[in-house]
Design a protein around this ligand. Structure first.
Ligand code: SF4
Length: 751
């Protein structure tokens, strides 16, 4: 029998990037442990990591390309699958134009280096304006506010968790999510150490989450009211003379405008609508100002609401006003080893960001960073007219469950003329596809967290080679992307992969070499390609990005990182604690932190109108919010027994007072209804939730036919996105409103 082998890899399942030690024999996983020598996670893992073993052997996983014929799926060769795609897709685009194709990219792509590096080539070949992703379902407000304030899409400050002494968290439950837009393995350990060194954690949330339970203080806030609360903190800082940006003053524009914008939002006025009393607001503002190392952090609850961008902006306004932005223990900018836009170009200023270069056809919503809001996808498919979407490519996404008004989207998907999915499951979305292309199993891929290290609370770099070799004949993910790109570029289904890869690589090099302040000598592209040989695919691109990056060896100009260095360090490389980066991190045209960007100033009027007209009342409805579970991240995880076993977790949480009023008892079925739809769900009474608010977790509802996710179907749950409303968005970012949805709740008739 073959001897067991130990491999080290980064967990690809969430944003925490924990190091794994995986013991295998041939193609079997024997055990998965935390890698005690990992420079970032130091042996920590959560229960989800163990599920990789079950995922690796899941009989429901798609291993070969599949083509649908009369509602039957048949396995085909790769060549036949791509030929089918060419035959199905190209006539539609020839007849109806490039915008007849939509592309939807799901959240797992953020963890996938092949997707991150080769998606641009696919989009360039597609030449469609109908590009959608999960970003407009959960995080676009933060990307918009960061872009407007600091100049690039991922210049998002993260709490310097290991040194902070005061942490104010809004709409975030990192003990369960393990951090989001904040890469930090072992959140529990980090928050405990924060408190052990005398620090304080304050949580603002309509739900007393696990994070709130372990915090020093927790305050309920009415869903969707974070912007009012944050503005009241700003108001207090100005009112009490506590504004002290310190060394940031000379790099900050718009301070006086912020003072003026905050004037109407006094703590007393905000208290009546937000649910947090005025004295508490003042105390929190004073504590923030007094702490020498404090950070404000807002996440999913602050993004997925009507005023998501304003809330995200105000989080960083507070970090600036209290002098905590860019100082140790405050909110700081990571310096990633590769792929970050705030480490390329001229340090200190840049072109900033631009939105609205095109608009969605039906609702006229502006493009944001090249994307249209996912909430528009259904109407772009089901509304007739020129430019109507008739074909779709989904990449590791399940929008039929995870985007608003999913009933409408499911109906729309059923009307498409052609659909292609890259996915490992036949799920609620891919069941509509004509062709499904399976990417390699997750542990048969190269891994480097190009995006997440841009958000890490400590600068690190960690490369993992595939734990398993790909099955003979299987394609790597970047090859799938390039073959699709070749078809869309009119080169047919047999495009020369090597030439396409060289083209993509050459384009990347030319763009980097052309940058002012490039870390790469103005050498000929051919010479650089020679230096990168014999690597191909994502490894070659990553090697280039590392060597031309801020810690890189600049192709031999000095000592520094290359992919070879990372390969020699299987537990990762520690690049040190976060360092102050202002002004060099800025890429705004002014070279300043834009504290009052015009689009945001304009949007404050909307907030003010809502505030003054009292539209923030729920008009007798309950307000629906989401909920995160430690063992669930994406909907596909519900097909793993190790993550779904035990008590049913898809239930309606409701406060005892509301339950009594509605005559609901534990285990009753309740009907929850919104403008978009209704669901029937078991009731779970808990005083962890704010009165007037109910909660349903997302990603469930595995009740549909024509899927093959057998374990998920056994513990199906209900789909909360039947209730979320595609009409409700945060207009600045186009982000879906998933929190604070007005709903009615009533007892279902017992059969
Ligand atoms: S916290 Fe995230 S990265 Fe770490 S083991 Fe769990 S799922 Fe994997």
């Amino acid at each position: 029998m073959t001897a067991p082998k130990i491999s080290y890899a980064t967990c690809p399942l969430c944003e925490a990037t924990c190091g794994l030690e995986i013991e295998t024999r041939e193609r079997e996983i024997l055990s998965i442990r935390g890698d005690a020598q990992d420079v970032f996670s130091h042996g920590y893992i959560c229960p989800k990591a163990y599920s990789l073993k079950e995922l690796h052997a899941d009989p429901d996983c798609i291993r070969e390309p599949m083509v649908r014929r009369d509602d039957k799926w048949i396995n085909v060769s790769w060549d036949d699958a791509f030929a089918e795609i060419e035959r199905g897709l190209m006539p539609i685009l020839d007849e109806s134009g490039r915008n007849a194709l939509a592309i939807y990219v799901g959240n797992p792509n953020a963890h996938n280096i092949a997707s991150l590096l080769y998606l641009p080539a696919l989009l360039q070949s597609a030449k469609t304006q109908n590009f959608y992703s999960a970003s407009t379902v959960d995080q676009m407000p933060k990307q918009v506010s960061a872009g407007l304030m600091f100049g690039t899409v991922l210049s998002i400050p993260v709490p310097d968790l290991d040194r902070t002494e005061y942490l104010l968290l809004l709409g975030a439950n990192p003990l369960v999510s393990n951090g989001s837009l904040m890469t930090a393995p072992d959140m529990r350990g980090r928050l405990r150490r924060l408190r052990q060194r005398g620090g304080k954690v304050v949580v603002i949330d309509p739900y007393r989450t696990r994070t709130a339970q372990e915090a020093d203080e927790h305050y309920f806030i009415k869903p969707g009211h974070d912007a009012y609360f944050l503005f009241a903190l700003v108001n207090t800082l100005f009112d009490e003379g506590l504004v002290a940006p310190g060394r940031l003053t000379e790099y900050t524009a718009g301070l006086e405008q912020v003072r003026w914008l905050a004037e109407p939002f006094t703590p007393e006025r905000v208290a009546t609508t937000s649910g947090i009393d005025a004295s508490t607001i003042r105390i929190i503002a004073r504590e923030l100002a007094a702490s020498p190392r404090a950070a404000v952090y807002g996440r999913i609850g602050t993004c997925t609401q009507e005023f998501g961008t304003l809330s995200s902006w105000l989080v960083d306004v507070l970090n600036v006003l209290t002098g905590n932005l860019d100082r140790e223990g405050g909110a700081m900018f990571p310096k990633a080893a590769a792929g970050s836009r705030n480490t390329t170009g001229t340090p200190g200023h840049g072109r900033g960001v631009r939105f609205g270069r095109w608009k969605s056809r039906v609702r006229g919503l502006p493009e944001i960073y090249g994307e249209l809001p996912a909430s528009c996808l259904a109407e772009e498919i089901d509304t007739p007219g020129e430019g109507q979407v008739r074909a779709l490519i989904t990449l590791a996404g399940n929008p039929a469950l995870s985007t608003p008004n999913s009933n409408r989207l499911q109906r729309a998907l059923g009307t498409l003329q052609f659909m292609v999915s890259i996915d490992i499951y036949l799920n609620e979305t891919t069941r509509y596809a004509n062709v499904i292309l399976p990417p390699p199993p997750v542990l048969a891929r190269t891994h480097y967290d190009l995006a997440l290290y841009q958000l890490a609370v400590h600068n690190v770099a960690h490369f993992s080679a595939p734990v398993f070799e790909r099955e003979a004949g299987a394609l790597d993910e970047w090859e799938l992307f390039l073959r699709l790109a070749g078809i869309l570029a009119g080169q047919g289904s047999q495009a020369h992969l090597s030439m396409l890869d060289d083209f993509v690589m050459t384009t990347l090099i030319q763009r980097e070499v052309a940058q002012d302040g490039s870390n790469v000598e103005k050498r000929e592209v051919g010479k650089l390609l020679e230096l990168l040989a014999p690597r191909r695919g994502p490894e070659r691109m990553l090697d280039f990005l590392l060597r031309s990056g801020p810690y890189g060896d600049a192709f031999g100009r000095h000592e520094g990182l290359s992919l070879a260095t990372l390969e020699a360090h299987p537990h990762g490389i520690d690049l040190g604690p976060l360092q102050p980066r202002i002004p060099e991190v800025l890429r705004t045209p002014s070279g300043k932190i834009e504290l009052a960007p015009q689009p945001i100033v304009e949007d404050v009027k909307r907030l003010l109108t809502s505030f003054e007209q009292g539209l923030t009342s729920s008009n007798g409805h309950m307000l629906l919010i989401g909920r995160r579970d430690l063992r669930s991240n994406n909907s596909w995880m519900h097909n793993l027994h190790v993550l779904t076993k035990g008590k049913e977790r898809c239930s309606l949480h409701i406060h005892p007072g509301d339950a009594a009023h509605l005559e609901l008892v534990n285990g009753n079925m309740a009907i929850v209804a919104s403008r978009a739809g209704s669901v029937e769900i078991p009731v779970e009474i808990t005083d962890a939730i704010m009165p007037g608010v109910v909660s349903i977790p997302h990603g469930w509802g595995h009740t549909l036919t024509m899927t093959k996710t057998r374990i998920a179907s056994e513990m199906a749950g209900v789909n909360t996105n039947i209730l979320s409303d595609e009409v409700e968005i945060d207009p600045l970012s186009g982000n879906a409103v998933l929190n604070g949805i007005p709903v009615t709740v009533e007892k279902a008739h017992q059969s």
